[in-house]
Design a protein around this ligand. Sequence first.
Ligand code: AHG
Ligand code: MN
Ligand code: MN
Length: 327
Amino acid sequence: MFQTTSYNFFNQYFQKHNLSDNLQSTLNAIVNACIDISAKVRLGALAGVLGEAGSGNIQGENQKKLDVIANQILIDALQKTPAVAGLASEEEDSFVEANENGEYLVLFDPLDGSSNIDVNISVGTIFSVLKKNSSTKLCLQDFLQKGREQVAAGYVLYGVQTQLVLSLGDGVFGFTLNDNNQFILTKQNFSLPESTAEFAINMSNQRHWESPMQTYIAELLAGKDGVRGKNYNMRWVASMVAEVHRILTRGGIFMYPFDKRDPNKPGKLRLMYEANPMSMLIEQAGGSSINAIQNILDIEPTGLHQRVAVILGAKEEVKHVLSLHQK
Ligand code: AHG
Ligand code: MN
Ligand code: MN
C-alpha cells in the first residue's frame, strides 16, 4: 500500500536540498505557472481553450490555443522572477530576455503532446534550468550548453493526476498536486529497471527508418521466436511526457529515431526543450539516453531549436540499439 509522504514541495524539499534562494524562486515560478496551466487544461472547453490558435511557430508547426496560452503563462511568470535572466521556448522564434541580474536560464516546451489536447489525452510541460555563466548581456551562446550542465530538469504531466517530476541531479522525485494546489511528494527516487519488454515508437514511420532501427524493431516484433527470445509489448501515446512518465514508473524504451522524410532534420524532438531534460531524468533514474550513436547529454548544441533523434529508457535495450548502430 502506497504511503503518501505529506511534506510540501515548496518548503521541506528545497530545504533538504539546500537550494539557493535564486534557484528556489526559479523553480517556484515554473511550478506555479504549471499549476495555472493545469487549471486551464482541466477545464478544456469550459475555459474556451481547446482547438487551433490559427498561428504557426518558427518550426512550421500549427499552434493550438493551449500551446500559446501555456507559453504566455510561463513567460509572464519567469519574467517577473528576478533570479531568471532569460528563457527559451519551443514556441518562440528566439530566446527572451527576463532580468538583467538574473542567475538562471529556463528552457521549456510549454505544452508537449499538443496533438492530444482536443482528445483529452495526457499532455505536459517540460523544463530545463541552466546557469547563466557569463556576466555580459544575455546572448544565444548563454543557452547553448550541453545537457550535462543542467542544474534542474523536470516536467509537469497533466494526466489523470497532475504530477511534477523533478531532478536536481541527485535522483528523481515525484509530486502530486492536491486540492489545495500544493505539490506533495509522492515518489522518492524513481528507479528504472535495466531490462524491459515494452517499447514505444511511432510504427507508421517504419519505412523511413535507417537499417539499424529496422533491424532492432524487427527483433522486438519477432518476440520469443526471434534473437531476443522474449515477447515485447508496445505503446504509443504521442505525448513524450506521458511516455517518459510511463517508463520512469514501470520501465520501457522510447524511440523517436532519425528518419529519411526530411534529411535536414536529424529527428523530430528538440534537444533543448525535450531531449535534454528528459535524458537527465532518465539517467538520474538509472536509465540511458542516446541519439543512436552518442549520449544525448554530451551533445554540443548548435541552435536553440535543434532537433535530435532520441532513444531512451532501459539501459540494456539502449545499449543494444547503440551496438546495432556501431556495426
Ligand atoms: P509537441 O506537441 O511539443 O510538438 O511534441 C510532440 C512530440 C512528442 O511529445 C511526441 O513523442 C511526438 O511529438 C509525437 O509525434 P508523432 O505525432 O509523429 O507520433
Ligand atoms: Mn513536445
Ligand atoms: Mn510543445
